[in-house]
Design a protein around this ligand. Sequence first.
Ligand SMILES: Cc1cc2nc3c(=O)[nH]c(=O)nc-3n(C[C@H](O)[C@H](O)[C@H](O)COP(=O)(O)OP(=O)(O)OC[C@H]3O[C@@H](n4cnc5c(N)ncnc54)[C@H](O)[C@@H]3O)c2cc1C
Length: 446
Amino acid sequence: MNASTLPAPLPTSCDLLVIGAGPAGAATAAAAALTGTDVTLVDMQDFPRDKTCGDGLTPRAVHALTRLWGGDPTLPSPHTGDVGILAGRPEIRGLALHGFGGSVHSPWPEHPAFPPRGSAVPRTDLDDALVRFAASCGAQVVTGWKAVEVHHAAASTAGIVDAVTFRAGRQTHTVTCRTLVLAEGVRSGIARQLGVTWLRGLVHGIAARSYCTTPRGNDPWIHSHLELRDAAGTAQPGYGWIFPLGDGVNLGCGALSTSTRPAKVNVRKLLGEYADLVRPEWDLGTPTQVASALLPMGGAVTRVAGVNWATVGDTAALVNPLNGEGIDYALESAQDLVALLPDAVRSPDGLRHLWPAHLREQYGDAFSLARRLATLLTMPGLLAAVGPLGFRGPTAPVVMGAATRLMGNLVTPDDRDLTARAWLAAGKLSAAHDRFWHEDSRPLFG
Ligand SMILES: Cc1cc2nc3c(=O)[nH]c(=O)nc-3n(C[C@H](O)[C@H](O)[C@H](O)COP(=O)(O)OP(=O)(O)OC[C@H]3O[C@@H](n4cnc5c(N)ncnc54)[C@H](O)[C@@H]3O)c2cc1C
């Protein structure tokens, strides 16, 4: 390694150490820095960097961004003056669902909390802007170092961590910290060292994305195709999406999988077939930058915190099983965790019980129900049987309007309308059922 490729220096200690600078880590670092905390954010990759994603932001994500930004994310941040993170980005009106002989355009619902606006931003840009924002807020950002080992406090029997060793090339460096946040995404090697186990037997996603040119890059709808067929017209397991980015689209496809019904699908091949299917309508170019990845979903991890450490974002499997969205939950969990840190410092158990209890309260019911429905959708033929009921006939706009809202989890406990009350009650029943009989017999968010 010569002088020009030496990684940026790491500090020897900090109050809050955050591993991983995706949306979860960058938001944790930004929110903590705004409270005056001495925070260091470390990522093994240099930014800007790509992240395999659909790049879609529903109203829930825009809401979480607004909270972090301190105001309208199309305008400069009142905290730092950073240029609006959504300035000049597409303004998405709602979800266009296609399949089973029909197409329904469902605008985002009117809601007191969530704005009637979505967007889509390539992750190379979004994550870079979030990392810059964290730095503007006062976080020390260091890239090019991979966390390789976590160290426990010598006298601790309660799993208190006190340091993390990082590696860059042949160099290693250890950083001591008072609190550790794991925002490593789906791979989460350090989280595993702390006993965080992803329950892969439960429903999870496998998905591929690409970028395509099209004259319709400014289409105001996020498109989702729930019925995919190959060139011979044979139905394929999985769904497709087209998210407009202004100068092109993010086109991808995914499938849900469980240990009892593993998705037997090559998502990259399916992506090519899907692009062929929609090419005439969108005048699509050839898909480029095709990449695939797994999505942990619905909080399907067994441990999310210790006394002075906690997981956020994908590391805590905070992805909605019904639409594969995780950016919003990454941003939300990061900010909620920072808000809980003062309480954790005052409690002898720290975050050990506080953080899982918070995640269960926030997401337990909705994720339990969404996991259950997503698991049902892995049953062959089920979607083909019920799909036409939603897409055809005079009730289609109402049914699909509700589906758009529920798939996006655009419901809060304060909502009093019938759809929300039915959804919230079903969520409670589902979570109660999980507590009595859980497929894996281990509590989620434990
Ligand atoms: C194909 C696909 C499509 C998707 N589409 C959407 C979508 O349209 N909308 C949506 O909301 N969500 C979508 N998701 C989910 C979304 O991408 C994730 O939920 C989101 O990226 C989670 O953010 P995160 O910060 O937790 O993790 P990540 O964004 O994965 O960030 C983790 C970071 O940690 C770093 N890191 C990991 N290990 C270490 C280590 N040991 N040391 C140092 N750094 C480390 C990595 O380099 C990375 O930068 C999609 C996912 C996939 C796979």
